[in-house]
Design a protein around this ligand. Structure first.
Ligand SMILES: *Cc1c(COP(=O)(O)O)cnc(C)c1O
Length: 447
């Protein structure tokens, strides 16, 4: 099937790149835990005529005419989100997860107010107050950290919250292999009168599948992306919980006003339709089984990696992702060797900091991997055993490299490493095995 015949006719350059990316997605193993493959129905909605429409405002209160069908779509997405997560209020207009989070600040804080979130090198997200993010420029950010064991340091959060009296506390992360302890965060937020926002961008699909606890009883606000484990289009949502409305009866309206007109203009109606479809899919028994399989696969992958000599942060995982501590293999800063070697072997992962990383966020000492995308392609625990063995072989194949301590020496050393990689026989062998294996698992659009 040629999905892109018009692009092919009109714009060969873009077509070639899309085709190259399609082949890459098909002939490799996608292990970045924030990525996934959407259904063909979600993809169709993203490419639909809905992209032609402008609809600033909210259903029945728009600034433009011609909204009969757009209103139906947005109201459907809202109703589905409310039902699926069990919340009284949902906004489905955020363009993505980061704008959704900025809207949460706008709804709950004044500029300069104090906020708390997990430090980025400890696994937190940029938008939880990391220093280069707008969220730390417009608000006073007090980051909290993880302890030696990799778990968030609840004692430190208590102490910081009492000292700084934040207006808003974030729970949730991007690189955290544990279940989130929402009750403990709720106790702290309630004690200091802060809003608690649970950012479930990574685990939303697990939450609806019953494979991860829900924050809804504990947090005032829940924000999420729609394109990670939830398996929808790129997008974001913000929900107010019953607890949130009990704290502030206007919270729903404040969130809506923050998204539009506070931050955004017209919503992306094609994206809203795709979100509605994804939410319908996420409410099925098949999706619940999918979410549970993601976690089972992550645990199986963790076991194989350990058996093959790799060290994991937390010695395993409680969710969909794993952090490999590569200090025993490469010394500090070796994430780049593993991620480049695996990419050359058609396995996509990302280099990532580990708790108390002895190196820096730019040259971190670990890699992060996850199972949501592979699970969508139909892989099970027995497949994870093969994938884990390829990963371990790929890492061990380049284990003799060490990041130079002198900063100027690093660039040339890595260039040399990449050149060596192209000639590495073991990497080439793994690549051929991975490619043949990957091709036997169709992408959703091909089914
Ligand atoms: C991915 C992510 C986001 C941001 O999503 P974008 O769509 O990339 O803007 C926000 N918070 C967390 C915890 C995430 O993992």
């Amino acid at each position: 099937m040629n999905l892109y015949e018009h692009i092919k006719k009109e714009d060969k350059e873009v077509f070639d790149s899309i085709e190259g990316e399609q082949k890459r997605q098909k002939e490799g193993l996608e292990l970045i835990p924030s990525e996934n493959y959407t259904s063909a129905a979600v993809m169709e909605a993203m490419g639909s005529i809905l992209t032609n429409k402008y609809s600033e405002g909210y259903a029945k209160k728009r600034y433009y005419g011609g909204q009969e069908f757009i209103d139906q779509i947005e109201l459907l997405a809202i109703e589905r989100a409310k039902k699926l997560f069990g919340v009284p209020h949902a906004n489905v207009q955020p363009y993505s997860g980061s704008p959704a989070n900025l809207a949460v600040y706008l709804a709950t804080c004044n500029p300069g107010d104090t906020v708390m979130g997990l430090n980025l090198p400890d696994g937190g997200h940029l938008t939880h107050g990391w220093k280069v993010s707008a969220t730390a420029m417009f608000y006073k950010s007090v980051p909290y950290h993880v302890s030696e064991d990799g778990r968030v340091d609840i004692d430190e959060i208590w102490q910081l919250a009492k000292e700084h009296k934040p207006k808003l506390i974030w729970t949730g992360a991007t690189a955290y292999p544990f279940v989130y302890e929402y009750e403990k965060f709720a106790e702290i937020a309630d004690a200091v009168g802060a809003f608690l926002a649970a950012d479930i961008a990574h685990v939303a699909g697990l939450v609806v599948a019953g494979a991860h606890p829900s924050p809804v009883a504990h947090a005032h606000i829940v924000s999420t992306t729609t394109h990670k484990t939830l398996r929808g289009p790129r997008g974001g949502m913000i929900m107010a919980t019953a607890k949130g409305l009990a704290k502030d009866a206007e919270l729903g309206q404040k969130i809506d006003k923050a998204v539009f007109p506070g931050l955004q203009g017209g919503p992306h109606d094609h994206q809203t339709a795709a979100i509605a479809i994804a939410l319908k899919e996420a409410a099925t028994p098949e999706f619940a089984a999918y979410g549970k399989q993601i976690v089972a696969n992550a645990k199986a992958l963790a076991e194989t990696l350990k058996k093959n000599g790799l060290k994991l942060v937390a010695n395993g995982t409680e969710n969909h992702l794993l952090l490999v501590d590569l200090v025993p293999v490469f010394g500090p800063g070796g994430g780049i060797f593993a991620s480049e070697a695996l990419e050359a072997a058609h396995m996509t992962v990302n280099k990532n900091t580990i708790p108390k990383d002895p190196s820096s966020p730019f040259y971190p000492s670990g890699i992060r991997l996850g199972t949501p995308a592979l699970t969508t392609r139909g892989m099970k625990e027995s497949d994870m055993k093969k994938v884990g063995e390829w990963i371990a072989r790929g890492v061990h194949a380049v284990a003799s490299y060490k990041l130079p301590e002198a900063k100027e020496a690093r660039g040339p050393y890595i260039e040399k490493f990449k050149a060596d990689l192209a000639a590495n026989a073991e990497i080439k062998t793994i690549r051929e095995e991975v490619r043949a294996f990957s091709k036997t698992f169709p992408l959703p659009e091909e089914e």
